[in-house]
Design a protein around this ligand. Structure first.
Ligand code: IMP
Ligand code: MG
Length: 184
């Protein structure tokens, strides 16, 4: 199978940056009422660019982040397809009991990863647990889950850039691009 990056971006840098600002405002409005800071938890590796921008924007609009932490989860299945069998490869270092937690993911696809991670973190009794995904592919869902905050809902395309990869490539793009697959 060979593939290439489509010449036209699906989402431009400007569109992404504008939406990240809006999501930051939504998050601060919904989660900052009691004045307590957030524990922002990223699902590596795809979240890294979105999370860096989002946390900065949260700070700019007056939100407080008490801690950032990361989880590495991987799902094993046939080939590159996700499966319900999600394994935690690296757990949190922070104690989230009684704290306000926001989980950041790059893209909500089958929903298996975010469902598993949310279930795991809920067992640790945070006072609030909310989820945020930059992208959402609702047509591919296998689990009933929606993120509390979503950047863009997209069709069933494979996308790269702004932290997202194919074979670890294209994460450095400042926009989201489409992958075209040649089935020859
Ligand atoms: P799922 O929701 O458990 O299926 O897994 C979501 C994960 O699969 C994301 O965090 C990405 O790492 C990866 N993924 C799903 N769709 C795409 C895509 O279009 N481009 C890049 N990675 C993707
Ligand atoms: Mg990922």
């Amino acid at each position: 199978m060979s593939y290439q990056l489509s010449k036209t971006p699906l989402l431009s840098e400007e569109q992404i940056q504008q939406r990240v600002k809006e999501i930051a405002v939504e998050i601060v409005r919904d989660m900052s009422g009691d004045g307590e800071g957030l524990v922002v938890i990223g699902l590596l590796r795809g979240c890294f660019m979105f999370m860096a921008d989002l946390v900065r924007e949260i700070g700019k609009v007056g939100g407080v982040v008490d801690e950032v932490d990361f989880i590495v989860a991987s799902s094993y299945g046939a080939g590159t397809e996700s499966s319900g069998n999600v394994k935690i490869e690296r757990d949190l270092r922070s104690d989230i009991a009684g704290r306000k937690v926001l989980i950041i993911d790059d893209i909500l696809d089958t929903g298996n990863t975010l469902t598993r991670v949310s279930e795991l973190l809920k067992l640790r009794s945070p006072s609030v647990l909310k989820t945020c995904a930059l992208l959402d592919k609702p047509s591919r869902r296998e689990k009933v889950i929606e993120a509390d905050f979503t950047g863009f809902s997209i069709k069933d395309h494979f996308v790269v850039g702004y932290g997202l990869d194919i074979d670890q490539k294209y994460r450095e793009l400042s926009y989201i691009g489409l992958i075209e697959i040649d089935n020859e």
